[in-house]
Write a new protein. Sequence first.
Length: 158
Amino acid sequence: MPLKIFIDTEFTDFLDPYLISIGMVATSGEEFYAEVPYPEKGCSAFVREAVIPLLGRLPNAACSADELRAKIIGWLELVRHRGEEIEICFDYQTDWDLFADAIDCRVPPWCRARMVSRNINELLRYEFHKKNQLPEHHALYDALANRHAFRERPNIST
């Protein structure tokens, strides 16, 4: 069974998304979070109100876009067990697209993408944020909530 890593990103807007922050959480418990410079003029009103005020909460999260690739790959290699495959689990396609862009589209061969939106129990996700008093629209907190709310569903053959 591959290691699952739940990712979430925050970005400028839906039409021309530019990465602001990325959070990743492994089923084994390890966490990764980074914030990168972004074009403030490209931010939607929602992002200015809900996302930007949450930045800067975690120490040592800021890095350049150039540093981000090495940090992500280094973290993935650190949490990966010898020879183990990793599933990068996301609930929104743009999360995967921005993750791939952040690592220059050089996804390691032992990583594979997995859309898990249908496996996320929204009630459990909401309860996680409320119980832990963590706001939504913060990439790390949302990745943690998705890991908590993930439920494997049986494959149904037709």
